[in-house]
Design a binder for this molecule. Structure first.
Ligand SMILES: *[C@@H]1O[C@H](CO)[C@@H](O)[C@H](O)[C@H]1NC(C)=O
Ligand SMILES: *[C@@H]1O[C@H](CO)[C@@H](O)[C@H](O)[C@H]1NC(C)=O
Length: 327
């Protein structure tokens, strides 16, 4: 079996694991289930050895410490940035020093978007500087910004009902948080839906179940045939406040400035390392994570943790090589 470590860029998570043996043979579902149970149970000692080494043994804390060193040293690693290339160089060296096989880089093209300076100020009914984060792939505003009245809605349905009011305004979404997969649709499609109704920009309540006046960034998507309008996330607190103001019939005017810019796709690399097994060298088990991150944090969780846990899997297999071979 070949254990392949693969870090790629792009905010997509990929993890694929496969067994070296075909479990599905002819037989009743009950029989297949019993066989699977038996096969899984037969790996009990191996699993225990891996867990013991990782949690209590010589490899204790290793992936945490490796990750802390990377994020402390490099910091944020936005796709297309010099920091990302630095992280890839470090990762390549790490994998070589770890003694893994066939460590190599695969050339790829990746998106290159930069946030630039950004701000949003409520001008009416009172001056209030809002904390915002532009959304990935958003266009910027003209240098003087976009100053317009806000139309506050709590759902796409409400926007549709009130579409004639949206023309020339900044649509503010105050969608309640339901769950990530449902609520994130507002971040991804909010600008597109607002632009369809003729809005000049959109501000979206951060997709979060809890807020300490903290806006959350993330990717958004434009669609063909609809103008690309600037779009950013605002905090839950500001979204709710503007909703309250609007329900009192108060006119809200916002000035939005965003220096966001999309550049041509940049050159980058996938970072690959392998451990080639003895028994099934032609079969592949792929573990992976992405080295790129958003620009406003260190990307320790998304996806430094995923990438480094995947690397740790290979390191542990290497550490336990002799033991595993005899299993
Ligand atoms: C791992 O971290 C824990 C908690 O900080 C600490 O108690 C332990 O000594 C560390 N182990 C090693 C091998 O560094
Ligand atoms: C999220 O909420 C929607 C609406 O209530 C529901 O249909 C969906 O199954 C939920 N998704 C998850 C992953 O819980």
């Amino acid at each position: 079996m070949t254990f392949l470590f693969f870090t790629f860029v792009g905010a997509v998570h990929l993890l694929s694991l496969g067994s070296g043996k075909a479990i599905y043979k002819n037989g009743s579902p009950q029989r297949i289930f019993e066989e699977m149970k038996e096969e899984i149970a037969s790996y009990g000692d191996i699993a225990k050895a891996i867990i013991n080494r990782a949690v209590y043994g010589e490899s204790q804390n290793r992936s945490y410490e490796r990750l802390a060193l990377l994020v402390d040293t490099v910091g944020p690693r936005l796709s297309g940035s010099e920091n990302l290339e630095k992280a890839i160089r470090i990762m390549y060296q790490n994998l070589q020093e770890n003694g893994l096989d066939n460590v190599h880089l695969e050339p790829v093209k990746i998106p290159h978007w930069e946030r630039g300076e950004e701000s949003a100020v409520m001008l009416e009914p009172r001056i209030h500087k809002m904390s915002i984060l532009g959304l990935g792939s958003s266009v910027g505003t003209p240098p003087e910004g976009i100053t317009a009245e806000a139309l506050v809605v709590t759902s796409f349905d409400e926007l549709q009902r009130r579409a004639p009011e949206a023309r020339g305004k900044i649509v503010v979404y105050n969608q309640p948080y339901v769950n990530y997969s449902r609520t994130v649709q507002y971040r991804i499609l909010g600008a597109f839906e607002a632009a369809k109704a003729g809005a000049l920009a959109s501000l979206i309540r951060s997709v979060a179940s809890f807020s300490i006046y903290s806006p959350h960034t993330g990717i958004q998507e434009y669609q063909e045939g609809v103008p690309k309008i600037p779009t950013a996330c605002i905090t839950v607190e500001d979204a709710e406040m503007m909703s309250r103001m609007a329900s009192r019939g108060i006119k809200i005017i916002i000035q939005l400035k965003m220096g966001a810019k999309t550049y041509p796709d940049a050159d980058s690399f996938n970072t690959v390392a392998e451990i080639t097994g003895r028994k099934y060298p032609e079969q592949v088990v792929l573990v992976s994570g992405h080295l790129d991150s958003w620009d406003v944090g260190q990307g320790a969780m998304d996806d430094g943790g995923g990438a480094f846990i995947s690397w740790e899997a290979l390191s542990l297999i290497k550490d336990l090589g002799k033991y595993l071979e005899n299993c």
